[in-house]
Each structure stands twice: as structure tokens, then as C-alpha cells.
Design a protein around this ligand. Structure first.
Ligand code: ZN
Length: 131
């Protein structure tokens, strides 16, 4: 299994910055050139909140990144470290699918487990306006 020790450490630090009322999420996006970008969920009253995964992607894309290798996502109820299987929501899945290739992988870690998913597993038959 892939070694995600550094990514998990970065995701936990990012998660500490989450602005949420109930559930904190951290994410680390790794580009094919080795650069990494973190994200946390940022909730906001009255307007659209944004998930950790999209924060990481938007940070990377705004820095000119175009080729992505993987994203690691961890999440737990606010105030604790009881990590649960935390996978991108439907909105994020569609967002991620637009900016990644078929070999892009999604990881989530909880209870000493690391699970790996391909985009097609999480979003089969995704909409692709370019096809
Ligand atoms: Zn999401």
C-alpha cells in the first residue's frame, strides 16, 4: 500500500483550520510534479460553503497546476479525532472528475485503514462536457 504518512500529517494540520459547525475535513492534493496543496472545509452562513477537496483543487489550479495524481481526505466530527470513512461529496466528485485523468486516485484514512478509490468508482458515468 502507498505510504501516505506525510499526506496524512498535512491533512490533519489543514483539518485543524476547518470552519465548520459539526464536521471537520482535511485534504491534501498531490500534483504529478510533486507539489502538494492542502484544503479544509469552510462553512459560511447564508452562502455556499466549500469542501476541503475543492479548496485544495482551487488553490492548486490558481497556482497554475494542471496534472493531478491523488487526493487524501480525512474527516471526523468537530472536536475529536475519531476519523471516519470520508469521501468527496457528489458536488466534489463532479468537480474533481473534470480536472483529473483516469489514473487519479482518492484516498481516505480511518481506524488505521487506508482505502483507495478510482474516480470511476466514485462517479461512474460522470458528465463530461468535452466528450
Ligand atoms: Zn464536497
Amino acid at each position: 500500500m502507498i505510504n501516505l504518512t506525510e499526506d496524512l500529517k498535512m491533512a490533519r494540520i489543514a483539518r485543524d483550520n476547518a470552519k465548520s459547525t459539526t464536521y471537520n475535513v482535511g485534504a491534501v492534493l498531490k500534483c504529478k510534479n510533486g507539489n502538494k496543496y492542502t484544503g479544509c472545509n469552510v462553512e459560511n452562513q447564508g452562502i455556499q460553503s466549500i469542501c476541503a477537496e475543492r479548496v485544495a483543487f482551487v488553490k492548486a489550479i490558481s497556482e497554475g497546476e494542471t496534472d493531478f495524481e491523488r487526493i487524501v481526505v480525512i474527516g471526523a466530527p468537530k472536536g475529536g479525532d475519531d476519523y471516519e470513512r470520508c469521501l468527496p461529496c457528489g458536488y466534489c466528485r463532479q468537480f474533481i472528475s473534470q480536472y483529473t485523468d483516469k489514473d487519479f486516485k482518492i484516498y481516505t484514512a480511518y481506524n488505521d485503514k487506508i482505502e483507495e478509490y478510482a474516480m470511476d468508482e466514485l462517479l461512474p458515468y460522470s458528465f463530461d462536457g468535452n466528450k
